[in-house]
Each structure stands twice: as structure tokens, then as C-alpha cells.
Design a protein around this ligand. Structure first.
Ligand SMILES: [Fe+2]
Ligand SMILES: [Fe+2]
Length: 146
């Protein structure tokens, strides 16, 4: 994870890895629905709309830290020669974190159509990232963990 992070994140190393992957997948489902909710509120409640993204941002950062700490560790230990695509997917976290740390705080100040465009771009990048994890990273972890 890049160094823009100052918060301390707790990682539970006792959670079995296969259960953890199932939980991460459930979290993806939850995360995917949030930008849409945010967009639907944007016109009449900008504050509430952005608060949803703030909460989502915190959860996503914790989620990404866990992926890097636990999934990448097991991949580098047990499937290093197969790790290239997973490393590439994990690097997308930088883009996600940049949106959360830099773009999100500006969203209250920009015109509504600009805010809508930025939230939509973020939502699309997230969906793409989650799909790649579900197709590339999670199956590899399941394979080496069982
Ligand atoms: Fe991720
Ligand atoms: Fe994820």
C-alpha cells in the first residue's frame, strides 16, 4: 500500500484464508451498491451523498490493506511464479486510494455534473477492480490455500 496512509489498520491473521476470501467477496457486493446510492442522493442531499462515499472509502481502505497483507503474502510464499497478474491488480489500490484521499474531499465544492462524473468514474474503476480480483486473485489464493 502506498504511503499516503496514516491510519492504523488491524489485520486479523487468525481468520482462515478461505473464509477471509469469502468475506472479501461479500464486501465487494456491499461496496458495489454504494456509489449508486450516493449518486441517487446527489441532487437533493450533497452532504449525505458524500458521507456515503466517506464511509465506503474507510471500509475500502481497510479491505485493501487486508488484501495486501494476507492475500499477497500467501501468493508470494506459495505461488511467486504465478504472482504477476495479482501484483498488477493490487497496484490498482493506488488509484482507489488517490480518489478517496484527494478527489473525495473536493466533491462538496465542485459543480453537480462534475461530482456526478467523478463518482461514476470511481464506481466504474471499483467494479473493474473487484471483478479482476474475483477472476484472478481470489481463485489463485483458493487454489494454494486448499
Ligand atoms: Fe482490492
Ligand atoms: Fe477486494
Amino acid at each position: 500500500m502506498n504511503d499516503n496512509f496514516h491510519t492504523v489498520h488491524r489485520i486479523n491473521f487468525d481468520e482462515p484464508i478461505v473464509e477471509m476470501v469469502a468475506r472479501l467477496e461479500r464486501e465487494h457486493q456491499d461496496f458495489r451498491s454504494k456509489p449508486e446510492t450516493s449518486l441517487s442522493m446527489l441532487v437533493y442531499n450533497r452532504d449525505g451523498s458524500i458521507r456515503i462515499l466517506d464511509e465506503l472509502g474507510e471500509k475500502i481502505i481497510q479491505h485493501a490493506v487486508e488484501e495486501e497483507a494476507r492475500l499477497m503474502r500467501i501468493i508470494m510464499e506459495k505461488a511467486r511464479s504465478d504472482s504477476e497478474r495479482s501484483i498488477h491488480v493490487m497496484q490498482e489500490h493506488n488509484h482507489v486510494v488517490t480518489f478517496i484521499k484527494n478527489t473525495l474531499p473536493q466533491l462538496r465544492l465542485v459543480p453537480e455534473d462534475k461530482a456526478r462524473e467523478q463518482i461514476t468514474q470511481f464506481a466504474d474503476a471499483l467494479k473493474e477492480h473487484f471483478s479482476e480480483e474475483e477472476v484472478i486473485v481470489f481463485p489463485l489464493v483458493r487454489k494454494i490455500a486448499t
